[in-house]
Design a binder for this molecule. Structure first.
Ligand code: C5P
Length: 230
């Protein structure tokens, strides 16, 4: 059964706590990203954990292996459940992230690799020296690479998840943002899928922000998405 993660894209700890309390039992997994973490630091992770929720800390680490290993360890101590790294950090960095995660045992953080940011196109890849592969080919190659070196799963668009879930071993995690229930506002997302489509194609976790946070009734919106997922 795929899980629903709400992107806690707010600017303060107080607002985050207010949203999590308002959504209550309808959601038990939240994504904390760069904006909120840079504003409020680890306290916001602790606050969400104290409300009994799981946390996906989406800071997309990309640094030397030792630094990433220690940062993952810090996340594990905070009780974070999912964390992101960039697969272009290469083999030793991915392995170091996994080593640190494994220190926390089966309930420790799971490492998710970002392959190619969905904001990048072929010209952007060429600018940074990636030539001879389309973005889709680069996504597939980096997905294989990252999971072969210890990533538990991948962050990918709902348009990629079908291909990747067929190519990678069972048990790989697939976390997909860009999910929109039928009829809801797309916002700035360009390549969206419905919750049912994403789950059908192999997503294990869906990340949904505005369709829930900006809804007049966030609890009803979350429940409707979960119903569609199942
Ligand atoms: O509000 P919305 O549902 O579009 O939020 C999606 C969340 O997933 C945001 O936190 C966004 O930064 C994140 N995300 C994304 N697309 C990616 C990677 C992350 O929308 N490729």
């Amino acid at each position: 059964m795929a899980e629903l993660i709400v992107a806690l894209d707010v600017q303060s700890r107080a607002e985050a706590v207010e949203k999590v309390k308002a959504i209550g039992d309808a959601v038990d997994f939240y994504k904390i990203g760069l904006e909120l973490f840079t504003a409020e630091g680890p306290d916001v992770v602790k606050a969400v954990k104290d409300l009994g929720k799981r946390v996906f800390l989406d800071l997309k680490f990309h640094d030397i292996p030792r630094t990433v290993e220690r940062a993952v360890r810090s996340g594990g101590k905070l009780g974070v459940d999912l964390m992101t790294i960039h697969s272009v950090g290469a083999k030793a960095m991915i392995e170091a992230a996994r080593t640190a995660a494994d220190e926390f045992g089966p309930n420790g953080p799971k490492i998710l690799a970002v392959t190619v940011l969905t904001s990048l196109d072929q010209a952007d890849l060429a600018d940074v020296g990636i030539v001879g592969r389309t973005p889709a080919e680069q996504v597939q190659a980096m997905a294989q690479f990252a999971t072969a070196h210890g990533a538990h799963g991948l962050v990918c668009s709902p348009k990629e998840v079908g291909l990747l879930s067929r190519a990678l071993p069972a048990g790989t995690l697939f976390i997909t943002p860009g999910v929109r229930p039928a009829g809801s506002a797309v916002g700035d997302q360009k390549r969206v899928a419905t919750p049912a489509e994403a789950v059908r194609d192999g997503a294990t976790h869906l990340v949904v922000g505005r369709p829930i946070l900006a809804a007049s009734d966030p609890v009803a919106a979350a429940k409707a998405i979960r119903a569609e997922m199942s």
